[in-house]
Design a protein around this ligand. Structure first.
Ligand code: XIL
Length: 338
């Protein structure tokens, strides 16, 4: 039995993968991507980001995101939106703009509202096609606000302080409220997530995120979940991962593991590939063990299209399928754990 079918049998909404528009012309890649016994959910790796969707102020482009949504719909896969507000991959009119607080507030409201509003109908339609009732009831577009990426943290620095990006500098922490409220207004049934990395283990950054979501909830700002990105290193999966998942779900939030990959220093050896199998198994087991952990998404399924080699010098082989689209031991780790 394949990875998504096993995740569903374990009571989760999905086991999914990121994908990107340029990859969709690779027919061997797409054949596996479209198999919803493997993947029950897709995340667009780039085409819903701000630079792609509003490259000039007020000019919205949705063709890339629409293509991924169509791909998911055609194969009864759920969609996770990615993302509304993030310091990275911003068009220069946002990152280099000198806006007053009032101006930037309306810019965020317009961006989030238009983006989430555009995907409202299409994503709900895909919810109603051929999925089990739990998925129809619970799965929604998951707009992640804000989202962070290596090497720079957001909304938090690793020490738990706020990142000084254009949003924080102009609006303080209120930009999170502004984005979440705009997204909720545009699609009241979308599950709204805050997504970050290096919050998968006990420490200052996880504590800062716990405090942020507690504060949001105490002020009735809409927030449904926290995304733990899970960009890990072979042999270094945090032992406190399950405890962290429990700490977030104890606040009444969903948790999703949103960008899982586990990289190694190249060249790969059989020892490293075997350790990677154990590592994937441990991550899936942590999600499986906590009912509020709704699903796991890998940050593309194959080493052929992983972001790792171009981002982390000398590292790679982070995905469960190799560059020839063959399953690695890591895939067995995933199925064994589900
Ligand atoms: C990455 C994409 O995979 C790359 O194609 C792009 O060049 C840079 O962004 N965390 C995130 C994702 O939240 O948006 C990042 O995606 C990977 C790290």
């Amino acid at each position: 039995t394949n990875s998504n079918a096993l995740a569903r049998a374990a009571g989760k909404l999905y086991f999914g993968t990121a994908t990107d528009n340029s990859e969709l012309s690779d027919s061997a890649y797409v054949a596996i991507l479209n198999d919803n016994t493997y993947f029950g959910q897709l995340t667009p790796a780039n085409s819903m980001k701000w630079d792609a969707t509003e490259p000039q102020q007020g000019t919205f482009l949705f063709s890339g995101g629409d293509q991924i949504v169509a791909q998911a719909k055609a194969h009864n896969q759920l969609m996770r939106g990615h993302n509304c507000v993030w310091y990275n991959q911003l068009p220069s009119w946002v990152s280099g703009g000198h806006f007053t607080a009032a101006q930037l507030t309306s810019i965020i409201q317009n961006h989030c509202g238009t983006l989430v509003g555009h995907y409202k109908g299409q994503i709900c339609e895909s919810d109603t096609v051929g999925m089990l009732s739990m998925v129809r009831r619970r799965s929604r577009s998951k707009l992640q606000i804000p989202i962070a990426s290596h090497p720079e943290p957001e909304p938090f620095n690793d020490d738990g302080t706020w990142r000084s990006d254009v949003f924080f500098t102009t609006l303080g922490t209120s930009y999170v409220d502004i984005a979440l409220k705009a997204a909720r207004a545009a699609d009241p049934s979308a599950k709204l997530y805050i997504n970050d990395y290096n919050i998968e283990q006990t420490g200052a950054k996880a504590t800062a995120m716990l405090n942020l979501v507690k504060d949001l909830k105490s002020r009735s700002i809409p927030i449904d979940g926290v995304g733990l990105q899970c960009h890990f290193i072979v042999g270094q999966v945090p032992t406190s991962l399950q405890s962290i998942i429990q700490q977030f779900t104890a606040l009444g939030l969903e948790v999703a593991l949103t960008e899982l990959d586990i990289r190694m220093t190249l060249p790969a050896t059989s020892a490293l590939l075997n350790q990677q199998e154990t590592d994937y198994k441990n991550v899936i087991a942590a999600c499986k063990a906590v009912s509020g952990c709704v699903g796991v998404t890998i940050w593309d399924y194959t080493d052929k299209y992983s972001w790792v080699p171009s981002t982390f010098g000398g590292q790679g082989e982070a995905c469960p399928w190799d560059a020839n689209l063959q399953k690695k031991p890591a895939y067995s780790g995933i199925t064994a754990a589900w």
